[in-house]
Ligand binder design. Structure first.
Ligand code: PGA
Length: 248
Protein backbone atom coordinates (compact mmCIF):
# COMPACT_ATOMS: atom_id res chain seq x y z
CA UNK A 1 0.00 0.00 0.00
CA UNK A 2 1.56 3.27 -1.10
CA UNK A 3 1.37 6.31 1.14
CA UNK A 4 -0.18 9.50 -0.20
CA UNK A 5 2.55 12.13 -0.42
CA UNK A 6 1.73 15.81 -0.77
CA UNK A 7 4.56 18.24 -1.45
CA UNK A 8 4.29 22.00 -1.58
CA UNK A 9 6.45 23.70 -4.17
CA UNK A 10 6.77 27.24 -2.92
CA UNK A 11 8.78 28.31 -5.99
CA UNK A 12 10.35 31.78 -5.57
CA UNK A 13 8.09 32.83 -2.72
CA UNK A 14 8.50 33.61 0.99
CA UNK A 15 11.41 35.13 2.84
CA UNK A 16 12.93 33.21 5.77
CA UNK A 17 10.72 35.03 8.28
CA UNK A 18 7.62 34.43 6.17
CA UNK A 19 8.62 30.77 5.93
CA UNK A 20 8.63 30.35 9.70
CA UNK A 21 5.27 32.07 9.88
CA UNK A 22 3.61 29.90 7.23
CA UNK A 23 4.97 26.64 8.65
CA UNK A 24 3.86 27.55 12.16
CA UNK A 25 0.40 28.17 10.77
CA UNK A 26 0.43 24.89 8.86
CA UNK A 27 1.74 22.59 11.60
CA UNK A 28 -1.41 22.19 13.71
CA UNK A 29 -3.57 21.90 10.59
CA UNK A 30 -1.75 18.81 9.28
CA UNK A 31 -0.71 17.27 12.60
CA UNK A 32 -3.28 14.48 12.39
CA UNK A 33 -2.76 13.67 8.72
CA UNK A 34 -2.09 10.09 7.68
CA UNK A 35 -0.46 11.43 4.52
CA UNK A 36 3.11 12.59 4.15
CA UNK A 37 3.55 16.35 4.03
CA UNK A 38 6.63 17.99 2.50
CA UNK A 39 7.40 21.66 1.94
CA UNK A 40 9.93 22.55 -0.76
CA UNK A 41 11.10 26.05 0.05
CA UNK A 42 13.70 28.41 -1.46
CA UNK A 43 17.32 27.72 -0.49
CA UNK A 44 17.41 30.83 1.67
CA UNK A 45 14.42 29.57 3.67
CA UNK A 46 15.69 26.03 4.30
CA UNK A 47 17.24 26.75 7.70
CA UNK A 48 14.07 28.41 8.96
CA UNK A 49 11.90 25.65 7.51
CA UNK A 50 13.94 22.91 9.18
CA UNK A 51 13.85 24.71 12.50
CA UNK A 52 10.11 25.36 12.27
CA UNK A 53 9.33 21.75 11.27
CA UNK A 54 11.23 20.20 14.19
CA UNK A 55 9.01 17.88 16.18
CA UNK A 56 6.25 18.05 13.56
CA UNK A 57 5.22 15.65 10.79
CA UNK A 58 6.24 18.10 8.05
CA UNK A 59 9.42 17.32 6.12
CA UNK A 60 11.57 19.73 4.16
CA UNK A 61 12.74 19.67 0.55
CA UNK A 62 14.74 21.90 -1.76
CA UNK A 63 13.63 22.93 -5.25
CA UNK A 64 16.85 22.18 -7.10
CA UNK A 65 20.50 21.19 -6.67
CA UNK A 66 23.57 20.79 -8.83
CA UNK A 67 25.07 17.47 -9.91
CA UNK A 68 28.66 18.14 -8.85
CA UNK A 69 30.11 17.76 -5.35
CA UNK A 70 31.73 21.20 -5.14
CA UNK A 71 33.83 23.58 -7.19
CA UNK A 72 33.67 26.48 -9.58
CA UNK A 73 29.92 26.57 -10.25
CA UNK A 74 28.95 30.07 -9.22
CA UNK A 75 25.46 30.28 -7.84
CA UNK A 76 24.86 26.55 -7.59
CA UNK A 77 24.06 24.44 -4.51
CA UNK A 78 25.70 21.06 -3.88
CA UNK A 79 23.79 18.08 -2.47
CA UNK A 80 25.96 17.87 0.66
CA UNK A 81 25.02 21.47 1.46
CA UNK A 82 21.41 20.33 1.59
CA UNK A 83 21.87 17.10 3.53
CA UNK A 84 24.03 18.74 6.19
CA UNK A 85 21.13 21.07 6.92
CA UNK A 86 18.69 18.18 7.28
CA UNK A 87 17.00 18.45 3.89
CA UNK A 88 15.43 15.13 2.85
CA UNK A 89 13.88 15.80 -0.57
CA UNK A 90 14.78 17.72 -3.69
CA UNK A 91 12.60 18.64 -6.66
CA UNK A 92 14.45 17.87 -9.87
CA UNK A 93 13.60 18.92 -13.40
CA UNK A 94 10.57 21.08 -12.71
CA UNK A 95 9.22 22.34 -16.03
CA UNK A 96 10.11 25.91 -15.00
CA UNK A 97 13.73 24.79 -14.61
CA UNK A 98 13.56 23.10 -18.00
CA UNK A 99 11.92 26.14 -19.61
CA UNK A 100 13.84 29.06 -18.05
CA UNK A 101 17.11 27.47 -16.93
CA UNK A 102 17.89 25.12 -19.81
CA UNK A 103 17.58 21.88 -17.88
CA UNK A 104 17.36 18.79 -20.05
CA UNK A 105 16.45 15.15 -19.55
CA UNK A 106 20.20 14.49 -19.32
CA UNK A 107 20.89 17.04 -16.56
CA UNK A 108 17.82 15.78 -14.74
CA UNK A 109 19.26 12.27 -14.82
CA UNK A 110 22.65 13.46 -13.52
CA UNK A 111 20.95 15.27 -10.66
CA UNK A 112 18.78 12.27 -9.80
CA UNK A 113 21.82 10.00 -9.60
CA UNK A 114 23.69 12.55 -7.48
CA UNK A 115 20.71 13.00 -5.18
CA UNK A 116 20.69 9.26 -4.41
CA UNK A 117 24.44 9.26 -3.79
CA UNK A 118 23.69 11.67 -0.96
CA UNK A 119 20.55 10.00 0.34
CA UNK A 120 18.22 12.71 -0.94
CA UNK A 121 14.86 11.59 -2.30
CA UNK A 122 14.28 13.17 -5.71
CA UNK A 123 10.88 14.47 -6.70
CA UNK A 124 11.29 14.19 -10.46
CA UNK A 125 9.00 16.30 -12.63
CA UNK A 126 7.81 15.20 -16.04
CA UNK A 127 5.02 16.48 -18.24
CA UNK A 128 3.94 17.63 -21.67
CA UNK A 129 3.18 21.04 -23.16
CA UNK A 130 -0.24 21.85 -24.59
CA UNK A 131 1.16 21.49 -28.11
CA UNK A 132 2.54 18.05 -27.32
CA UNK A 133 -0.79 16.99 -25.83
CA UNK A 134 -2.60 18.19 -28.94
CA UNK A 135 -0.17 16.24 -31.08
CA UNK A 136 -1.16 13.12 -29.17
CA UNK A 137 2.34 12.32 -27.95
CA UNK A 138 1.77 12.81 -24.20
CA UNK A 139 2.20 9.22 -23.07
CA UNK A 140 5.15 8.60 -25.36
CA UNK A 141 6.91 11.78 -24.26
CA UNK A 142 6.31 11.35 -20.54
CA UNK A 143 7.44 7.71 -20.70
CA UNK A 144 10.64 8.79 -22.40
CA UNK A 145 11.26 11.59 -19.86
CA UNK A 146 10.73 9.04 -17.10
CA UNK A 147 13.09 6.49 -18.64
CA UNK A 148 15.89 9.02 -19.11
CA UNK A 149 15.45 10.52 -15.64
CA UNK A 150 15.80 7.07 -14.05
CA UNK A 151 18.66 5.82 -16.22
CA UNK A 152 21.33 4.07 -14.17
CA UNK A 153 19.27 3.73 -10.99
CA UNK A 154 18.65 0.40 -9.30
CA UNK A 155 15.14 -0.96 -8.78
CA UNK A 156 15.65 -0.39 -5.03
CA UNK A 157 16.37 3.29 -5.67
CA UNK A 158 13.38 3.64 -7.96
CA UNK A 159 11.16 2.28 -5.18
CA UNK A 160 12.11 5.32 -3.08
CA UNK A 161 11.65 7.82 -5.90
CA UNK A 162 8.82 10.30 -6.27
CA UNK A 163 7.76 11.14 -9.81
CA UNK A 164 5.46 14.11 -10.32
CA UNK A 165 3.40 14.19 -13.49
CA UNK A 166 2.88 17.87 -14.20
CA UNK A 167 1.30 18.81 -17.52
CA UNK A 168 2.86 22.19 -18.31
CA UNK A 169 -0.48 23.59 -19.48
CA UNK A 170 -1.96 22.95 -16.05
CA UNK A 171 0.76 24.65 -13.99
CA UNK A 172 -0.29 27.94 -12.49
CA UNK A 173 -3.09 28.28 -15.02
CA UNK A 174 -6.04 27.14 -12.96
CA UNK A 175 -6.63 24.53 -15.67
CA UNK A 176 -6.34 21.22 -13.86
CA UNK A 177 -6.10 18.00 -15.81
CA UNK A 178 -9.25 15.98 -15.29
CA UNK A 179 -8.77 13.14 -12.85
CA UNK A 180 -9.08 10.71 -15.78
CA UNK A 181 -6.42 12.54 -17.81
CA UNK A 182 -4.11 12.61 -14.79
CA UNK A 183 -4.75 8.94 -14.00
CA UNK A 184 -4.02 7.92 -17.59
CA UNK A 185 -0.57 9.49 -17.58
CA UNK A 186 0.29 8.50 -14.00
CA UNK A 187 -0.56 4.92 -14.94
CA UNK A 188 1.64 5.21 -18.03
CA UNK A 189 4.51 6.35 -15.79
CA UNK A 190 3.99 3.36 -13.51
CA UNK A 191 3.81 1.02 -16.51
CA UNK A 192 7.08 2.48 -17.78
CA UNK A 193 8.71 1.84 -14.41
CA UNK A 194 7.35 -1.72 -14.50
CA UNK A 195 8.82 -2.30 -17.97
CA UNK A 196 12.29 -1.12 -17.00
CA UNK A 197 12.60 -1.91 -13.28
CA UNK A 198 9.98 -4.59 -12.67
CA UNK A 199 6.62 -4.82 -10.98
CA UNK A 200 7.87 -4.42 -7.40
CA UNK A 201 9.47 -1.07 -8.22
CA UNK A 202 6.33 0.04 -10.05
CA UNK A 203 4.16 -0.94 -7.08
CA UNK A 204 6.23 1.17 -4.69
CA UNK A 205 7.27 4.24 -6.69
CA UNK A 206 5.25 7.29 -5.68
CA UNK A 207 3.57 9.00 -8.65
CA UNK A 208 2.11 12.42 -7.91
CA UNK A 209 -0.01 14.71 -10.01
CA UNK A 210 0.77 18.43 -10.14
CA UNK A 211 -0.81 21.39 -11.92
CA UNK A 212 -3.43 23.62 -10.32
CA UNK A 213 -4.17 21.17 -7.52
CA UNK A 214 -6.40 22.95 -5.01
CA UNK A 215 -8.54 22.30 -1.96
CA UNK A 216 -11.51 21.56 -4.21
CA UNK A 217 -10.02 19.01 -6.59
CA UNK A 218 -7.36 17.16 -4.58
CA UNK A 219 -9.67 14.53 -3.17
CA UNK A 220 -10.90 13.34 -6.55
CA UNK A 221 -7.39 13.35 -8.03
CA UNK A 222 -5.78 11.46 -5.14
CA UNK A 223 -8.57 8.87 -5.17
CA UNK A 224 -7.35 7.60 -8.53
CA UNK A 225 -5.56 4.29 -8.46
CA UNK A 226 -2.21 5.48 -9.76
CA UNK A 227 -2.13 8.98 -8.22
CA UNK A 228 -0.31 8.90 -4.89
CA UNK A 229 -0.68 12.55 -3.94
CA UNK A 230 0.35 15.83 -5.46
CA UNK A 231 2.96 18.47 -6.06
CA UNK A 232 1.24 21.71 -5.23
CA UNK A 233 2.37 25.21 -6.20
CA UNK A 234 0.04 28.16 -5.64
CA UNK A 235 -2.24 26.47 -3.13
CA UNK A 236 0.73 25.46 -0.95
CA UNK A 237 1.27 29.11 -0.04
CA UNK A 238 -1.96 29.23 1.94
CA UNK A 239 -1.86 27.14 5.11
CA UNK A 240 -5.60 26.53 5.17
CA UNK A 241 -5.84 25.41 1.53
CA UNK A 242 -2.68 23.34 1.67
CA UNK A 243 -3.82 21.55 4.82
CA UNK A 244 -7.07 20.55 3.13
CA UNK A 245 -5.01 19.07 0.28
CA UNK A 246 -2.62 17.29 2.66
CA UNK A 247 -5.56 15.84 4.56
CA UNK A 248 -7.32 14.67 1.38
P1 PGA B 1 0.49 25.06 -9.41
O1 PGA B 1 2.04 24.60 -9.59
O2 PGA B 1 -0.07 24.17 -8.34
O3 PGA B 1 0.57 26.49 -8.99
O4 PGA B 1 -0.16 24.86 -10.73
C1 PGA B 1 2.39 23.26 -9.50
C2 PGA B 1 3.87 23.10 -9.72
O5 PGA B 1 4.42 23.84 -10.55
O6 PGA B 1 4.52 22.27 -9.08
Amino acid sequence: MRQTVVAGNWKMNKTPAQTTELINELKPLVAESANKCIVCVPFTSLANAIEACKGSNIEVGAQNMYFEESGAYTGEIAPSMLTEMGVKYVIIGHSERRQYFAETDETVNKKVIKAFEHGLVPIICVGESLEQREQGITVELVSMQTKIALLGLSAEQVKKTIIAYEPIWAIGTGKTATSDQAQEVCKAIRDTVADVFGKDAADEVIVQYGGSVNAGNSKELFAKEDIDGGLVGGASLKAQDFSVIVNS
